[in-house]
Structures are given as C-alpha cells and as structure tokens.
Design a protein around this ligand. Sequence first.
Ligand SMILES: [Zn+2]
Length: 817
Amino acid sequence: MYKPLVFCAAVLISSFAQASTIQQTKGHFEDKFRQLDEALPTPNVYRNAAGEPGHQYWQQKVDYKIKAKLDEKQHRIEASEQIKYTNNSPDTLKYLWLQLDQNKFKSDSMAELSTAFADPARRGPATSAGDANTPAKLSLAELRRQQFMADHELGYEILNLKDSAGNKLHHVVVGTNMRIDLAKPLKPGSSVDFSMNYAFNIIEEDAVSGRSGYEHFPDDAREGGNDIFLLAQWFPRLHAYTDYEAWTNKEFLGRGEFTLEFGDYDVELTVPADHIVAATGELQNAKEVLTKEQQKRLEQAKDTKRPVFIVTEQEALENEKQGTNKQKTWRFKADNVRDFAWGSSRKFMWDAKGYHQGGSVEPLVMAMSFYPKEGGDLWKKYSTEAIVHTLEVYSRFSFDYPYPTSQSVNGPVGGMEYPMITFNGPRTELQDDGSRTYSQSEKRFLIGVVIHEIGHTYFPMIVNSDERQWTWMDEGLNSFLDGVAGREWDPQIPWGVEPRDVVDYMKSSNQVPVMTQSDSVLRLGPNAYTKPAVALNILRETILGRELFDFAFKEYANRWMFKRPTPSDFFRTMEEASGVDLDWFWRGWFYTTDHVDISIDRVYSMRMDTKDPDIDFARERQIEADKPLSLTDERNKNTGLKLWVDKNPDVTDFYDENDRFTVTNKERNAYRKFLKGLKDWERTAFERAIKEDKNYYVLQFSNKGGLVMPIILKLDFADGSTQNMRIPAEIWRRNSEAVSKLIVTDKDKVLTSVEIDPRWETADVDIENNYYPRRIIPSRVEAYKKKKSTSKVSRDIMQDIKTELKSDDEDKDADKE
Ligand SMILES: [Zn+2]
C-alpha cells in the first residue's frame, strides 16, 4: 500500500519501462507485489496521491457558437463558428491547437499514408514461389473505400479565421491539427474570442467508415432516395491543454479517439424543412420546427409508462416520399459538455419517454430515440427503454445523470457516443410479405449497443478521460459497467465480461499490455474492452467484494465528474478508497501480458507420528507390508519354486521371529525420555495433537501463467461434504512460481479431491490442471469425408463446355427453392 508520505519523498520517479528492468534481486525471484508508485507519475498539486483532483486542479473552458447549414444534395456542411477560449491554467499561451478531424480523410493524411496493407489470407510477404502465385486478397469494401476517396475532395476548408476585433489570425495546419498564433499571449485567467468559416464534404459512412457520415437509401419511394446524416467530429474543436501533457495535439490516426474540453454550446442547424434533427443538448425552438400536435406529444411524453411518438411512423413515411426545397433552422443549447454531435433525416420517426430520476440536478431526463422505418419494432420496443435502464444502473454506480436529454439515433454507424446523443446501427429485415423481422442476435445487438453507447455518456463524456491516449479508460470501464447493466436486463444475453470470455485472448501470444497508447494497441477489442472489463469484474466479485468495490468506484466517478482523470488517478482512487493494496493487481492485469494459470500439482496426506514405538513401529510395518510384491518373487512362487529357507526349516534363528519393526525397551525408554523432556505447554500441545489425530494435507501449487491471483479452492471429502476456501493472492509474495498450503482437517474428514476456481472466477486459461486428482478430459471427435481438390488443373473442361448459360430469373427461382 502506498502512503502519501512516501510519495513526497520520492523525487526520482522512473517510467514503468525503466522500473520493470531494474534488477530486483540476485536469482530469478520476481516481486509481483512490487509497489506501483515507482511506475506512476509523481503526485502533485493538480493530482494528489489519493487519486483525487489536487488543491490546484484546473482545466480550460471552451464555449462554441456554431451556425451550420446542411447541403443535402452536395452532402456538404457549410458553417461559421465562434469560439471563446478561457485559460484557467497557470501558463501563458502563445498559441492554441485545434483538432481538424475531417483532415484524416485527405488522401495525403498521416492516417491514410500510414495504413499498412493487411492481406487477411496471408500476413507478411510471400515466402515461396508457390505463395507468390496465390492471389492476395483485397475486399470489395476496401475497393469501394478507395473509389469514394478518389472521387471526393475531403477534409476541412477553413476561411476567414479572425479574432474578435476582426483581425486575421495567423494559423498553420499540421495534418489533423491546426495551430492558431494569438496576437498577444493569453495570460492565466483570461480568455480570447475568435471565429472562422469552414466547410467540408461529408463522407459516405458505409464506404469510408469514420464514426459519422451519411447513408443513402436508393430504394425509398422518393426519386433518388433519402439520406440519414450523422454529424460528429464536424467542427474545428480545441485540443485539450492539460497539466500532464500540455497540448494533447497528437495526430488523429482514427483509432485513438478524442480528448476535449468542457464548455457551453449554442448551435443552429439549418436543414431541409422536412428533416427531423436530434442533437446534443436541448431543443430551444420547438415552436418553430415542430407542429402544434408534435409539441403536445413531447409534453405528454414527460409522464408516460411506455415511449410516446413525437413524430409517428406515418409522418416519417410521408416525409420520406416528398422532399422539399424549403429549410428550417433547429437551435440547440448544451451546457458543460465536451463535444457536440447531431443527426438529421426526413426518414426519422421520434419517440420519447421521461425518466424521473429525482434529485436536484436534473430530476427529469428525456430519453429519446430517432430511427427510420428500417428500425421497425426493434427500435420501437427497445431503444428508449434501454436508454432508461442504462441511466438507472449507471447512476447507481456513479452520480445522477446531469443532462436534460439522453438519445439514441439509428444510422450507418454501428455504435458511437457523444454527450447526450449516441449513434446505434442495428436494424430489421424487410421480408417478401412486407413485414419486418429481426434475428435474436440483432435484438441483442440493439439492446447491447444502446446500453454501451449511453453508458459512454458517463464515461468518458462526463468522467472525461483521455481517449486519444488510453482507450481502456473509457472502453474498459464502460464495458465493465455495460456488463453490469446488461446482466440486470437479461443475463441470457452474452455480455462478454465474464472471466471465461477473455481466456483465449489472455493465453494468445500476439498482445500488448492494457497500458499501451491507443494507436499502438494490438487487437483493440480484447485488449481495451474485454480484458479491463473482466479485470474490473474480477476485482468487484472476487478480490474486493461488492461493498468495497462499489464504494471505491463511485468515489472515482464522483471525484472526476466533469474533470480529467488519468490512469494513475483511477488506480490510486480504487486502492485508497477500498483500503486494499491493489498494486499487484494493476501491475499484473494492466502492465503485463501475463495470464492466469494456476495448477495444483500434488497433494500430500500426512498423519502425525506419535513417537510411541509401540504405535509407530506397527504402523510402519503395515506400510511396508502394503507395498506390491516383487514380480520375480511372485513368479517364483507361482512356478512352485521352493525357497532355500522352506527346504531347510530346521535351520532358524532370532531374526526369523523378529523384523526391523520389533520394539525393544531401548525405544520405549527413549520415548519416555522424550515425553519427560517436554515443557508443560509442549506436552499439552503434543498430547492433544496425538489424541485428535487430525489429517494434515499439503497442497502444492504452481503458477504457470505468471499473473498472481487468489487461489480459490473447493475441497471434497469422503463423507460427501464440501468446503470452499479462498486464499488471497498474497500467498505468492515470496515465490510467485510455486507455493504450498497446509490444510488440517478432523480425523474423520478425509480429503478425496481438490479443485481450483470451480466457478471460473479468475480467467484461469487451463482448467484441466485445476483438478487433483486429474480428471479425464471430456472432448469430442468428428468423422469427416475427404474433399476432392478443385484446382484449375483438375477442371473437366471437356464436360463443363456443355453447361448451359443461366438467366437472372432462373437464379431467382433457384434461390427461392
Ligand atoms: Zn465504446
């Protein structure tokens, strides 16, 4: 456990990489419990040793006023933006850094140029002549992406960048970043206003995939079809300026997401008049954009058991048919948010339901969903209900939801989160009879993704961790909590956060520690989502228990609500608030690629020697007699061979009557002397042990995976009873590779078998070495038929030339059959 005093004295703090290579001792002992303070940054006035914001914690504030116009035909945004930047840091700033996310889609961006070609069939270069003749694989989706990128001019056009006095501001674009040089340095405590015009062509999300974009529906009744527009990363946004990294101006490569400042937004969105708009914040001008009837429904939705339609399916279908040249402006305001996103389409129906969470912050939250007819019953039934369920569970683990709306919007993005608004992809399937159905997995996907993305509106949209650096801090924490919420919805749905869900990944070789910068992570899903989520699941259910974990986790959420935590703030808070030394846990699960594999190698059963020769010698004689007979002696006997001693019975002596277990008075005197030599307390303890004659078992364990964990035991006894035992991970502190444990049971409590981790709580990757004695492994075998080779060489062209050419209709008939 760390103590604040130790931190104050610790002046030289090395990075983890250095710490891990420092020789700890002679020999191969490795201290898996070595304290983490040598790897974590030194606490300071901004972040203290308890993992709390320090007494001089600060963060910047950035307020935005944006007026944007959606050009539906051109798939283009044209906008003006006014920014107020307030410098709360103790530093004077000569320039500001902004994020130009759309520049990632420029053909010469670092993201594009640094994308390596990965042939799914053959990773790496051809290694033999035969290999070179096999075609590499390029997906049609990749070809579509290349074609879209070649056909469209992408990235931001920035114009008219000027300060509040109207003076032009010098700026330099560096990839996805822009530096604005201020006319005069911005002092601590002061703010600066500036503005710009900007425009960009929106990507087609299905072609390019960029967390936002448009989706085209060519089959809609309206000629040419309709689009759904999802807009995110759609305005030049300030980079965060932080106490731990200064400007977080790392190039946007697409993987590591965003880190942003909180601020207030006032946004006017001008879209075709028949569009329905969903956005971060609260709608300010319902009177101008909604019909009287729709406004009434919105009012009704505040108190309703099930979601109420604000825009009905019929209204959405009517909108879908027509199209218009008119425009409307929707105005939204959002206070204290770190970003702003929106969706717009004439295809949207809109349902809503008030969530009365009580409290003083935001007693009524409007849970709302926006979706096209393609969403169907799946969305009508579950989207808004899943929002409310998420708010209920997440708030129990953190704080009251602090915003007036919480929204789920269907579109081309599989799942993405922004303050108060999320994009979620699942849909229904149109059948020949005109009905819409959905598979069970699509249903599970919808419920799961809504819970996950709405969950993100807490982590990282409120607990504002740095996604660009640490994907696990938002995805891992959020996957853990979406698993909690999910299993409170329906445990039959697989939520992917059980320890068993990570074992294949944990034992695989191609991996990096969880504490790896987002863009460098290998296998992001299991690394940044599943593994940390499972780790927290284990921490809650197995290591700390719910009471300690939930208190500490809630403490973390509340300490860092609307603030910017780093990994060390999380590690420190969880440890400081739970009162349990967790350095070994963070070290093992977050800083290494070790896995859990504890084996029970041997169990010894022992009885106490009485030291009384009349008892012990007889016992030893019996043990000797129980040993198997020599094969030679047995065969000699069976062939009727007569032994010399049997053939000459008249020649005998003393040793024919006595063996080495014969007791003499010499031994009896020694026993008496031993008893007399004992002190009173020694004799009492000894005699009681002899009288009780307990069983002494030594269980020998080895740690094959490297990750130290508690040893959870199920002990089975001959009388049919069972005992569970939990040995803390600290048993490994002197030897992390092999340990033994002594277990003492009553005389008639005879141990018959031992099992490690019977409930699969620890993500142990090999359960077969968890049994003592080892069990026969249940498995399966499948009969198979050898397939004929179908290479070009073996084609029977003489026969195939007779094949008739099929028409499209014949194909259709065949498909129906
Ligand atoms: Zn996520």
